[in-house]
Design a protein around this ligand. Sequence first.
Ligand SMILES: C[S@@+](CC[C@H](N)C(=O)[O-])C[C@H]1O[C@@H](n2cnc3c(N)ncnc32)[C@H](O)[C@@H]1O
Length: 255
Amino acid sequence: MAEKNDATIPTGNADFQWSAFDSEAYFQQYYGEPHPDDDRITRLAANALKHALPEGRDLEIVDVGTGPNLIPFLCALPRARRLTAWEFSRSNIDWLKAELQQDALRSQWLHFWEEVRGTYEADAALPDNPLPALRGKYDITQGSIFDLPRGAWDAATMFFCAESITARQDEFEAACAAFAGAVRRGGTLAAAFLVRSEVYVVADRPFPVLKLSPEAIENAFRGLATNVRADLIGIVDREIRSGYSGCLFLTGEAV
Ligand SMILES: C[S@@+](CC[C@H](N)C(=O)[O-])C[C@H]1O[C@@H](n2cnc3c(N)ncnc32)[C@H](O)[C@@H]1O
């Protein structure tokens, strides 16, 4: 039998049906039982935003490729004048809106909120329940990472997006550049990336990942950010969850 031509193997962002992303299955699979790695990511992201410049000022903060995940909003809430989720998939947008319209947050989000509170500590008097403060502060925008406006926000977060929406190096680099370019010069960037993953499966549907070493991830931010810091989290030789066996958390300031 003839080998499949490379050109027919789906690898690019447009080759996948993001509108069919099963948001609730993803939530249950990745956040149903909070993992210590997610606690660490939450603390690192909250800490980066806690120290985002200018300190003491409320910021316009965007999260890119938010998916079925409230951690970015929770981490940014104490510093945010306005929060934006910039997400491509219709199903994830609908899920996010429904999740934020519930009367109460699920226990998993309250768990991550405690990590955020522990990170901000006495620097902010944070309520037990973040939902009232979240309400009225957020926008959910349907858009592609490749179409982000330039310099529109003070800070940006991104959890498992640039490398988890494509298996193509050129698209990964373009996504990182668009992410970093979305904040003003000196604005805080904080992002988590899968390390050495190749695919993740949600409700039996495979989605693409670009297989990256920690060095390759840092290299992508050369010329995009200064004061780059990279923390390796987990990194084991088995899958903890589909496609996840550890990650790199990167912070920096946009140039
Ligand atoms: C692996 S999921 C990560 C979800 C979430 N940020 C998390 O940390 O669990 C990748 C996300 O990127 C979104 N996505 C796919 N293509 C995109 C694009 N072109 N621009 C922005 N987001 C996109 C997907 O819909 C999905 O929400």
